[in-house]
Design a protein around this ligand. Structure first.
Ligand SMILES: Nc1ncnc2c1ncn2[C@@H]1O[C@H](COP(=O)(O)OP(=O)(O)OP(=O)(O)O)[C@@H](O)[C@H]1O
Ligand SMILES: [Mg+2]
Length: 340
């Protein structure tokens, strides 16, 4: 896509939208992302026609890219219509399903059928729905099923593992004879702790972590990630994101989670295009920060307005403020209530 020079001419909402949408679509193949794509590719090959197909569990915190990587992999094998003896057959090589919250086996089976395109996905008992899935897996040529949002097998209100649903997944995985990928937040580990058999079937567990920023190698890896994003931004000039000081600031606000990096740049793009600027500057990022609030980080400072920013000092300041806040809370709790 071409992005012409704006030369300081303020842009209309169409152009702002076009460029912000472009940023939303940016995906960078960082090393861990690439490694996961390879792992999925290998699974697909090893599982086809195998007596005991592979299972894989991908876990990591919110915004790290689990859905992005599994969706990209799914899109590599698009759905198609195959013609055979004047008849047309739909083909779905990989099925990507989001587990519904508080899933019962029936809800889960119905969701799988819905994504397969079954118009009657809500009709029938649990076992009828399950046997329809088996039928469709064969007739649609499905080679892999990805169950995303696996933590939905834990009831968020009670924190209990939904035992019947996790058993359904276990039996389903054993009987379906195709590759199954589970994908979720680290708390879904609890499902495996409660269900040892499921744990054994998914002993291949891969973590998608946020970028780390301790050793020189880790810092370089994060800066390369930023450089690649920079090269894809919709502006005539580079934002120079990989500059060590800018990288420190972006790491500080994102803690290495791609979601926050991209959210920052998405909002900064908005302000830059609106003003007709030809690159994202720190002043755009400073404004963008006002639109990114993390409840878990009430004492985060805006690094883009801080002329003396030092990563270690700022992290220490934030941690200290958080500790003082927690201590205050504890003292309040300990104070005995006045008796009336
Ligand atoms: N490799 C990447 N390159 C660029 N952006 C990325 C990458 N991975 C993730 N992102 C950004 O982070 C956002 C969140 O990613 P995603 O939805 O895949 O996270 P998730 O791990 O599935 O989180 P959740 O557990 O909340 O579902 C994406 O919309 C995208 O903007
Ligand atoms: Mg996700």
């Amino acid at each position: 896509m071409e992005f012409e020079r704006l030369n300081g001419v303020a842009q209309n909402s169409d152009e702002i939208k076009r460029r912000v949408e472009h940023v939303k679509g940016i995906i960078v193949h960082h090393p861990k992302y690439e490694q996961l794509l390879e792992e999925l590719e290998m699974m697909l090959v090893l599982s086809e026609g195998s007596v005991s197909p592979e299972g894989l569990y991908i876990f990591g915190p919110t915004g790290v890219g689990k859905s992005t990587v599994t969706t990209e992999f799914t899109d590599r094998y698009p759905r198609e219509i195959v013609k055979k003896e004047d008849k047309e057959f739909p083909r779905i090589p990989i099925l990507h399903v989001r587990v519904p919250p508080k899933a019962t086996p029936r809800m889960l089976a119905s969701k799988v059928l819905e994504i397969m395109g079954d118009p009657f996905h809500h009709k029938g008992t649990e076992s009828e729905l399950t046997s329809r899935i088996h039928h469709f897996v064969r007739s649609l040529g499905i080679k892999m099923i990805i169950l995303d949002e696996f933590q939905h097998l834990i009831d968020a209100d009670t924190d209990h593992v939904l035992a019947t649903a996790s058993n359904w997944v276990k039996t389903f995985t054993e009987e379906i004879r195709i590759a199954v990928v589970l994908c979720g937040m680290p708390e879904s580990n609890k499902v495996f702790i409660r269900n040892g058999q499921l744990d054994r079937r998914f002993c291949n567990k891969v973590e998608l972590e946020p970028f780390a920023y301790g050793t020189p190698e880790e810092i370089i890896t994060f800066r390369i990630f930023l450089k690649k994003i920079d090269g894809l931004l919709p502006f005539a000039d580079s934002a120079n994101l990989a500059d060590p000081r800018k990288a420190d600031k972006i790491y500080y606000i994102s803690k290495g989670i791609p979601f926050y990096v991209m959210k920052l740049l998405e909002n900064a793009t908005f302000f830059a295009v609106k003003a007709g600027d030809d690159q994202i500057t720190e002043s755009h990022m400073a404004r963008a920060m006002l639109k990114i609030k993390q409840v878990a980080r009430p004492y985060v400072v805006n690094p883009f307005t801080d002329t003396n920013f030092g990563l270690e000092a700022v992290i220490r300041g934030e941690t200290d403020a958080m500790t003082r806040y927690k201590e205050k809370l504890m003292i309040k709790k300990r104070k005995p209530k006045k008796s009336s």
